[in-house]
Design a protein around this ligand. Structure first.
Ligand code: ADP
Length: 447
């Protein structure tokens, strides 16, 4: 097992990883920018190292500074959390070249899945169902037109290097295709320095259903069921559930068997998530995330597993120690992302938190680095807390969520808590009757 783990992240996820380390008896090193000197992840770590000025590119994305911090403090492993360097194959390679373990998959798998075209090609070969579309990168607009005509409009032009919903444009007709093609390439070039794009049929009412996987370095791969992350605004998830209200146990077993077989064949290791669109009983793979996800707690609640502890054990070379049939599902869990954003305009609301009260009680979990007096800096992602509830049934979980939201107080800055209150009171949400397009309409209708 590792002697000391450096956590290359900030906010709630840095705390989340620290908690797992502490329970395993492993000391932690926090890294932070000058804007985060007072942050909770720094206060609670065993050691901390300042790695640069506020801008993420100079601190949390500064590979040399982070690696130096690991070497200087004698850390023998780095946990990247999510975002920042978590899906950067070059960083993972650099870390391993210096004899430090990267808590995640191999650099080659990170690289493969980071290129969405390569990921889809691999999954096609392994028999995983895909969204109909181009077989690879589109060489020119003519090719896009030809494929769009074959799969039928509307279609989506997507960036090969995509992430965070950027470089993605819909075209409803051939007349719109040239513009979508131009804009997607432009956005992809600006965001990722790579203007390679591909085409998918645009599904009109899919759900976003994703599968949590763990793999050891001894050929064992298991899944922990699905999360439904259909409630999204601008392709960003806002509320997630486990399990999906739309899936039954047989469908879960079938897609789980396909996905775990594919990853076993690939020789994948550590944690990963396969994202699918699900419509009319059909799954279609869209991408794989080679890291821990923001929404991992809902899976932890229904499966009774500590996914971060498992990541650390697996990175240290330990075998899983259990098989698929040992993984059971109990009850229902829902997570709300609490963002420091105006709940109507969604503009960021950094500033001082005057008072903070987290809800509690049976089946309630709050993952947050907030405290009264903390000043939310303007430089980073706006998510400041996750509220997770767990109960025997989905209806019970919704009642518990409503109660917990009533108790939750963040005073001084606006947050998305009022939006979550509106969502839990909505009848369509309560029925579980929603697709990925539901939230955008809900937000514009209930303003
Ligand atoms: P990113 O990596 O930028 O997040 P994804 O491929 O994961 O991009 O897609 C993000 C979201 O965009 C999905 O969760 C879904 O809401 C929507 N989306 C992606 N592909 C399609 C599609 N073919 N049809 C309809 N919606 C899609």
């Amino acid at each position: 097992m590792f002697r000391k783990i450096l956590i290359a992240n900030r906010g709630e996820i840095a705390l989340r990883v620290q908690r797992a380390c502490r329970e395993l008896g492993i000391p932690t090193v926090a890294v932070h920018s000058t804007a985060d000197s007072d942050a909770m992840h720094v206060r609670l770590a065993d050691e901390s190292v300042c790695i640069g000025p506020p801008a993420a590119r100079d601190s949390y994305l500064n590979m040399a500074a982070i690696l130096s911090a690991a070497v200087v403090t004698g850390a023998d492993a780095i946990h990247p959390g999510y975002g920042f360097l978590s899906e950067n194959a070059t960083f993972a390679e650099m870390v391993e070249d210096h004899g430090v373990a990267f808590i995640g998959p191999s650099p080659s798998h990170i690289r493969m899945m980071g290129d969405k075209i390569a990921a889809k090609t691999a999954m096609r070969r392994l028999g995983v169902p895909l969204v109909p579309g181009s077989d690879g990168a589109l060489p020119d607009l003519d090719a896009a037109q030809e494929i769009a005509a074959r799969v039928g409009y509307p279609v989506l032009i997507k960036a090969a290097a995509g992430g965070g919903g950027r470089g993605m444009k819909v075209a409803h007709s051939e007349a719109e295709l040239a513009e979508a093609w131009r804009l997607a390439r432009q956005e992809a070039h600006a965001a990722f320095g790579n203007d390679e794009v591909y085409l998918e049929k645009y599904l009109d009412r899919p759900r976003h259903v994703e599968l949590q996987i763990l793999a050891d370095s001894h050929g064992q791969v298991v899944h922990f069921g699905e999360r439904d992350c259909s409630l999204q605004r601008r392709h960003q998830k806002l509320l997630e559930e486990a399990g999906s209200p739309a899936l039954d146990a047989t469908e879960r077993d079938t897609i789980g068997a396909t996905a775990t077989a594919a990853l076993r064949e690939l020789g994948y290791r550590n944690a990963g998530t396969l994202e699918f669109l699900y419509q009319d009983g059909q799954f279609a793979f869209i991408e794989m995330n080679t890291r821990l996800q923001v929404e991992h707690p809902v899976t932890e609640m229904v499966c009774g597993v500590d996914l971060v502890r498992e990541q650390i054990r697996l990175a240290a070379g330990e075998p899983l120690g259990y098989t698929q049939k040992d993984i059971t599902f109990s009850g229902h869990a829902i997570e709300c992302r609490v963002n420091a954003e105006d709940p109507e305009t969604f503009l960021p609301t950094p500033g001082r938190v005057e008072a903070f009260h987290a809800p509690g009680g049976l089946g309630v979990r709050v993952d947050s680095a907030l405290y009264a007096g903390y000043v939310v800096p303007p430089y980073y992602d706006s998510m400041v807390a996750k509220l997770i509830v767990h109960a025997p049934t989905r209806a019970d979980a919704i009642a518990r969520l409503r109660r917990a939201l009533e108790e939750f107080a963040v005073v001084g800055i606006k947050t998305t808590l009022p939006l979550h209150q509106r969502i839990v009171d909505d009848e369509a949400f309560q029925r579980g009757d929603y697709s990925i397009h539901w939230l955008e309409r809900f937000v514009s209708q209930t303003k």
